[in-house]
Write a protein that binds this ligand. Structure first.
Ligand SMILES: O=C(O)[C@H](O)[C@@H](O)[C@@H](O)C(=O)NO
Ligand SMILES: [Mg+2]
Length: 382
């Protein structure tokens, strides 16, 4: 039960996803990027794994914080280990981020699952073993036949419905797209999608994250006419009062916060202040499965749904262990990319979706990721 080693291995992986200057993904030619796998090992040879960006588990972070908290401890003491690591953040000169807490917490959950031959969502206490996914479309672009026009969005939405999606979320155009942001273009894309898919497919938007209150209000009012289910992150989430103002002035549900810091504590303040109608959490955003579950359960106490940000196994297990969220966010999707191709370092998809739009939680121990360790070793960087 005692943790004896924590290692981070960095390896090359090939992807067609390229990040723009704002950090949003767009399709491009295959290129090699670096990924890291964090492994936590016990004295009796048990292992737990989780993936992240290499800088999140760089040697300074692992040696100065993670090993100091974990080595010699019982791997089952996840709550205490998470609290201890979180307390190190204040004095870490901003070097110990929520993303590091997340990858450590996920690897501990994976370890507990693998050691007990149990999927994480069953360890937590399962609510369901399949969940409807919404197709989360990439931010718009200026690529011919990509997501450059409202009609492009409409055509792609039709294809997603044919694939089985019963919900679709648009990320619309944002800088560095030359003419973005533009509320009227956002509404044209949303109207084209509604026209293309009809009234029964659920639609949501995740807009430019820095609109003004009046722009966000104009966008929200337009979405109400199109029967959208929610408006997400149309303004800077650091201004909770702007979101309260927007939620007070709109009928369409306001979802958030996604990117605001403060973990489950700050999300409690959003609920208390009325800054959102549907809460939002995400394993990477709040520092792990452990705080994501705290957020989800807190929302339930207020009769609120809490939608989970992001794909991958870690988020899927939180959704599968919770009643008060409707969707799994499957994406990001683009006409030029085949999401179901997965990753070269995993032997199977962690979120397989059937033709009816349901993602099935893999019945494999831990997070259920079928890791290709040979691929990782053959492509090791560090
Ligand atoms: O960078 C972002 O804004 C998010 O990662 C975005 O791409 C997407 O994951 C999101 O916001 N989902 O809700
Ligand atoms: Mg979002």
């Amino acid at each position: 039960m005692i943790i004896t080693e924590v290692t981070a291995r960095v390896f090359r992986t090939t992807t067609r996803r390229h990040s723009d200057s704002a950090g949003h993904a767009h399709p491009g030619p295959p290129h090699q990027v670096q990924q890291a796998i964090l492994t936590i090992q016990t004295e009796d040879g048990q292992e737990g794994h989780s993936f992240t960006a290499p800088e999140i588990v760089r040697p300074h972070v692992i040696d100065k914080f993670v090993k100091k908290v974990l080595i010699g401890q019982d791997y089952r003491d996840r709550e205490r280990l998470w609290q201890d690591l979180a307390h190190w953040q204040r004095g870490s000169a901003a070097q110990l981020t929520d993303r590091t807490l997340a990858v450590v917490d996920c690897a501990l959950w994976d370890l507990a699952g693998r050691a007990s031959n149990t999927p994480v969502y069953k360890l937590i206490g399962a609510y369901r073993d399949k969940v409807l996914a919404y197709g989360s479309i990439m931010c718009g672009d200026e690529l011919e036949g990509g997501l450059a026009t409202p009609e492009d969005y409409g055509r792609f939405a039709e294809a997603l419905v044919k694939r089985g999606y019963k919900g679709i979320k648009l990320h619309t155009w944002m800088p560095p797209v030359s003419w973005a942001p533009d509320v009227k273009m956002d509404l044209k894309a949303c109207a084209a999608v509604r026209e293309a898919v009809g009234p029964d497919i659920r639609l949501m938007i995740d807009a430019f994250h820095w609109y003004s209150r009046t722009d966000a209000l104009e966008l929200g009012r337009g979405l109400e006419k199109l029967g959208f289910d929610w408006i997400e992150e149309p303004m800077d989430e650091q201004s909770m009062s702007s979101y309260k103002w927007l939620a007070d002035n709109l009928d369409i549900p306001v979802v958030g916060p996604e990117s605001a810091a403060g973990k489950h504590w700050h999300r409690a303040e959003w609920v208390k202040s009325g800054a959102c109608d549907i809460l939002r959490t995400g394993v990477n955003d709040v520092g792990g499965i452990t705080p994501a579950l705290k957020t989800m359960r807190m929302a339930e106490c207020f009769g609120m749904e809490c939608e989970v940000h992001g794909n991958t196994a870690m988020n899927l297990h939180v959704v599968a262990a919770s009643k008060n969220c409707r969707w799994y966010e499957r994406g990001l999707l683009h006409p030029f990319l085949e999401y179901d191709d997965g990753h070269d370092y995993l032997k199977s998809l962690s979120d397989p979706m059937d033709q009816d739009g349901y993602v099935h939680v893999p019945d494999r121990p831990g997070l259920g990721e079928e890791i290709d360790f040979d691929f990782i070793e053959n492509n090791r960087v560090q």
